[in-house]
Design a protein around this ligand. Sequence first.
Ligand code: BGC
Length: 906
Amino acid sequence: MKTFIFLTILLQIFVLQQVRTNECELTSNDNIQLTANEFIQSRQLCNILNLPTTNKRQISITGRLMDYTTRCQKSISNANVEIIRIRLNHRSVCSNIYHSNSDGYFNLTNLIIDFNEEVFLRLTAPSYKTIYKKIHFPLSYDQSVEMILNWKIVLSKDIKQSQSQDDQRMKSIVDTLLSEMTLDEKIGQLNLEGVGFNADGPVITNEQRERIRRGEIGAVLNIFTPQAIRQLQELAINSSRLKVPFIFGFDVIHGHKTIFPIPLALSATWNMTLIEQSARIAAREATADALNWVFSPMVDIAHDPRWGRILEGAGEDPYLGSQVAAAMVRGYQGSNISDVDTVMACFKHFGLYGAAEAGRDYNTVDMSPLRMYEFYLPPYRAAVEAGAGSVMTSFNEINGVPSTANQWLLTDLLRNQWNFTGFVVTDATAMYELIPHGLGNLQEVSARSLNAGVDLDMGSQGFLSTLNQSVQQGKVSEQTIEQACRRVLEAKYKLGLLDDPFHYVNESRAHTDIFTKENRLAARDFARRSFVLLKNDKQILPLARSNLTITLVGPLADDRRNLLGAWSGAGDWTQAVSVLDGINQLIGNNIQVLHVKGANLLEDPDMLKLLNAYGGDIILDNRTATQMIDEALQAAQKSDVIVAVVGETQGMTGEAASRADIGLPVCQQLLLQALFNTNKPVVIVLMNGRPMTLTWEDQHATAILETWFAGTETGNAIAEVLFGYYNPAGKLTATFPRSVGQIPLYYNHKNTGRPFNSSDFLNRYKSRYLDISNDPLYPFGYGLSYTSFSFGPLNADKTQLHGDSDRLTIRFVLSNNGAYDGEEVVQLYIGDPVASVTRAVRELKNFQKVFLQARERQEISFIITTDDLKFFDSSLNYIWEEGLFNIYIGPDSVNTQSVQINWFKL
Ligand code: BGC
C-alpha cells in the first residue's frame, strides 16, 4: 500500500515581496547557510545503499533560482541542486546532483526516496552563499500528495567571494593613499574623536577644526543627521590635504530612533530571525541618519546580575550568546557592508568584560583559560566568524594585563587564531586608563596598545600626541603604524567611503526611513515576544476584556521616561507609549481602569542624587508614602484585579550602574506589601534591566510578567499580553537568583566533588548554604505560557554511537494541551559526566522555537553530532572524548527528560 507514493514538491524559489518600487528587497528569514562540509564525501555512497523495495516514495522537485540581490532580478544558471538523503538508523548518506538551466530552472522528476530517510536540499552556485534546507514530508503517506513548499529562498551574494574580487582594487587604492601620507597623517587616521552637534550642524572647537585640516582625525563619534554629517565630511574633504573621509560611529544598541527592547530582552525571544531583523532595522535607521558604524553588538557573557551592563548582552550562555552575536552582525552588515542601508558592526567589549569581580563595573577580571575558552570567548569568536568589521577593547584587565594593551588577546588570539581582519578600537578613553591601571605614562601605554594590536584610539589622544615621538625613540615601528592605518583605510574602502565620502548622506531617507509606522510595529512585536511570564497562578492572566475593573498602580504605570532603557542614544522617550496609554488605547472602552501612582520610584536620597546628576529625571511626589499607598488601597477595593507596574529606573541599570542589592526599591516593596494584604489578585508587571531578587514577590503575587525595558512600544505590547492578544513565549537567558548571596549563579556550573542533593537535606558537608537553597528562583531557559505544553517520551534512534561522523537523532512529540495557540522553546542540553577535565553539569547545545495551535501536536527531532560533544581539554585543544553522555530535553534548563548514550571513537 505504501509503496511508491507520489509526491510532487514544487519549490518556489523566489522572494515574494518587492518592498520598494524598482528595488528588490531581500527576505532573509529562510536563508540558511551551510556551515559544515559534512556531505562532501557523500556522493559515492549512493550506489552502495541497498534500499529495500518497500516503503519508498517517488518525488519530483521543480523550482527556479533567482538572484534578488541586484536591483534587477536575474536567474541563476548552472547552480548545483543537490538532493541529500540521510538514512536513519544507518550511518549512511547519499546525494544526487543536478544543474539549473540557463533560465535558472531545474526539474528533478522521479526521485525515489526511502521512508526511512531524511531529505535535504542543497543549492550552491559560484559567488553565492550555499543554502541547505530540510524537506519535511507529511507524516501520513496514505495518498498521493502534492505539496507546494512555498519557501522563500534567496541565493545571496557570498560576501567573501565578492570581496576577494574587490581585494585587489582595495589594495591598490589603499597602497596609493598610504604612499602619499606622512607619518603624522597616518597617525591621524588612528584617532577617533567625539563631536557635538545641533540642528545647525556639527559643534566643534577651533582645535578640532585645525586637527581636521591637518588630517589628524580618522573617525568621529556621537554625531548624526545627514545635515551635520555632510558638513563635517565636507570639512574633512575640503580642508585636509589628502581628503580622506571620516567614518561616523555611534552607540546604536537596540534600535536607533525606533527603540527596541534592551538586548537582554531581545535574547529572551530565542528568535534569531527577529534579532537579526532588529539589527537590520536599526542599520536602516542609522544610515538614514548618515551613520555607517555602530558600537554593537555587545556580546559579553555575564554571570553576575549586580553588573549593570548585563542588560546590554544576551545573558549567561555561550551557545545562545554566539547565535545572537552572529545574528546581530548579519543584521547590521547585511550581505554587503557597502550598501547604503548597512553599517559596520563593532562587537564589544573584548574581552571578558562581563566577568568583573563582584559585579562592580570596570573591576578586575581573573579567570582560568578553560573557563575563558569554554564560557566567555565563544560569542566574540562567533562575531568574528560572522564577518564583523571591527571590535572594541574592554576596560578590564585579564589576568594582569588590561585588554587594551593585551597582545595575547588582540593579536595572538584575535588575529592569529581567529583570523580577524577588521580593525580594533579601544573603548572610550581605555588607553588613557592604562595609566591608573599601572602600565606607565601616556606615551608608554600608547606604544604598548599599538604594539598589542589596537588600531584606533577612542578619546585618549594617546596615539596622536605620542606615537611620532615613540617612532623616533624606537618604541614602535613605522610599519606597525602603517598596518593600523591600513586597517582603518580598508574599513573606509569597504564602506564605500573612499569612492564616495557622502555615500551615506541622503537628506530624504531621514524623512522616509526613520521612526516609520512599520518600524514601530516591529518594535511592538519584538517587545511582546521578549516578555517572560514568570508566574501565573490560577491562570489569572490573560485578563478579561470586558466586565472588569483594574487598579493600575505603581510608579512605572504611567511612565515614559524609563521605557527606553539605559542606552538609547538617539531615542526620544517622549514618543514612548506608557502602560496606561497602551491599555487605554487597546481596551479602555471595554473595561474600567483606575490609575493611581502608589509609590515613588525610589527614595534612597544618595541614589536619587546620583541618578539625577546624570539625567535620571526622577521627581518625588509631593505626598507622603502613606498617602500614596492609601490612595492605591482605596482604588484596589473597587477593583477585581491589581496590576502593579514596578521595577528599576533606567539609570539604575547599564554602564556604571552596578547594584549590591538587586531587589525592588524599598518604597515599591512597601506598596506591594499593602497591595498583597488586600487579598485581591496582584499581577506584577516588572520593568528592569537585570535579573532581580524577587523571592518575596514570587511568594505573594498572583502573576509576574517580566517586561524588561521594552522600548518605544512598551505600553502597547504590555497591553496586548495582559489581555491575551499575544501569548507570552519569552524564556530567561540569565538566571534569577533567590538572594544576592548566591551570586554568581548560572545553570552551566560544575558538579564539584560534593554536589548537594536536596533530597539529602541533613547531609551538611556538601557544596551548599546553611541558610538558603542552592537553586535559583527562576532558572535559565525558564518562562511560562498561557497555554500548557507537554513533552512526550524521548526516543533516541540509538544508544551506542561510533566515530566522528555518526549522528544521533532524538525525537519526541510536543503537544499544546491548552486553549491558546503558543510557542515553546524546546531546549537541548548535553552533560558529559566523565571527561579528562571537569565539565559543566549540562550545556545548551541546541533549541527550537516551535509554534503550535491549541491542541496541536508535532513531532520534534534533534540531530546530535560529535561537534555537540566538543570541549576544550587542559591544553586547550577542542576535542571530544568517548564515553557516556546525557542528553536533556525540556522547556528550561531544569525541567528536562533525559536519555543516556555511549559514543565511542571507533
Ligand atoms: C562604553 C562602550 C561605548 C563607548 C562609546 C564606553 O563607555 O563602554 O560600550 O561603545 O563608551 O560611547
